[in-house]
Design a protein around this ligand. Structure first.
Ligand code: NAD
Length: 291
């Protein structure tokens, strides 16, 4: 396939590299001038998109996606597929899907989970929204860049799945850290707490796979001075998107709202530049009057 790839950042560059390594003809563009191994560099987004069978975007947010898509769509050949892998608000995904449909293009919103390691290793999970035809056209590319792709529904469903998942992630990380901080004050050994909770009804991905306590459970960012990993800033971005969607849909998400406010305060203090599990050392030094 001839592929245009727009946004060669931490995630996009290794994804584009994997597509080129699999034998596709990849032309990339990034405003910052970054490049990806094995890919031709274009002078603009529309130049990378012209004549492509598929165009993939991996951009910071919905406003940038809308602006970039408005330039790319007129340059794309009818029948081609536009695949947005960025994490953006559901409304932006749906707006771009409508514009693409008006231009006779296929569109898939396909945010990912798996982070930079998953992008480099080709082991991402894609959560996709769009028509059956659009999804079918994107699947061979998902298979190269990732290990799993779930077709979640119509346009916007991929973004919906991503923000619902990450709202659970933010809430459970805070809950897991609170429990460790309480255990400390009760004189309960952290390893014992892990041994019990990881095999009891309190188990979760944040406890079992990404334990926020250093030296406990499998190796995680906690064992590397809380260097990301999954940065607290990105957790806050996804929590904000969950609250934006909840607001638009009139959904009650009280803990999602608390988690958003919590990470908002966290990234302007101790959490700046840290992994999202660094909530534990913060809570461990707090008392009830700091709540
Ligand atoms: P990044 O900031 O490293 O990359 C984004 C790239 O887009 C940058 O290189 C930037 O120069 C480029 N860009 C911005 N405006 C542009 C434009 N108008 N035209 C062309 N290029 C433009 O971010 P990232 O970590 O690669 O994340 C990309 C997306 O993936 C985000 O939406 C993020 O939320 C999501 N995501 C990231 C992770 C992660 O662990 N980093 C995990 C899952 C999802």
């Amino acid at each position: 396939m001839k592929i245009g790839f727009i946004g060669l950042g931490n995630m996009g560059a290794p994804m584009a590299k994997n597509l080129a390594a699999a034998g596709h003809d990849v032309t990339g563009f990034d405003v910052a001038g970054t490049t990806a191994e094995g890919c031709t560099v274009a002078a603009s987004g529309p130049e990378a998109a012209a004549g492509a069978d598929a165009v993939i975007t991996m951009l910071p947010n919905g406003d940038i996606l809308r602006a970039v898509a408005a330039e790319l769509i007129p340059a794309m050949a009818p029948g081609a597929v536009l695949i947005d892998c960025s994490t953006v608000d559901v409304e932006s995904a749906r707006a771009v899907a409508d514009q693409a449909a008006d231009a006779g293009l296929l569109f898939v919103d396909a945010p990912v989970s798996g982070g930079i390691g998953g992008a480099a290793g080709g082991t991402l999970t894609f959560m996709a929204g769009g028509s059956d035809d659009a999804f079918a056209k994107a699947v061979p590319l998902f298979d190269i860049m990732g290990q799993k792709a779930v077709h979640c529904g119509d346009a916007g469903a991929g973004q919906a799945a991503k923000i619902c998942n990450n709202m659970i992630l933010g809430i459970t990380m805070i809950g897991t850290c609170e429990a460790f901080a309480l255990a400390d004050k009760l004189g309960l050994d952290r390893q014992k707490m892990f041994d019990v909770v990881s095999t009891s009804s309190g188990y979760s991905w944040t406890m079992n796979a990404y334990c926020p306590a250093p030296g406990v459970g499998p190796t995680s960012p906690a064992d590397n001075d809380y260097k990301p990993g999954f940065a607290a800033e990105l957790m806050l971005k996804d929590l904000r998107l969950s609250q934006q969607a909840a607001e638009a849909a009139d959904a009650a998400t009280p803990l999602g709202a608390h988690a958003t406010a919590f990470y908002d305060a966290f990234v302007s203090g101790d959490g700046k530049g840290m992994d999202f599990s660094a909530v534990l050392p913060l809570l461990a030094k707090m008392t009830r009057k700091d709540m």
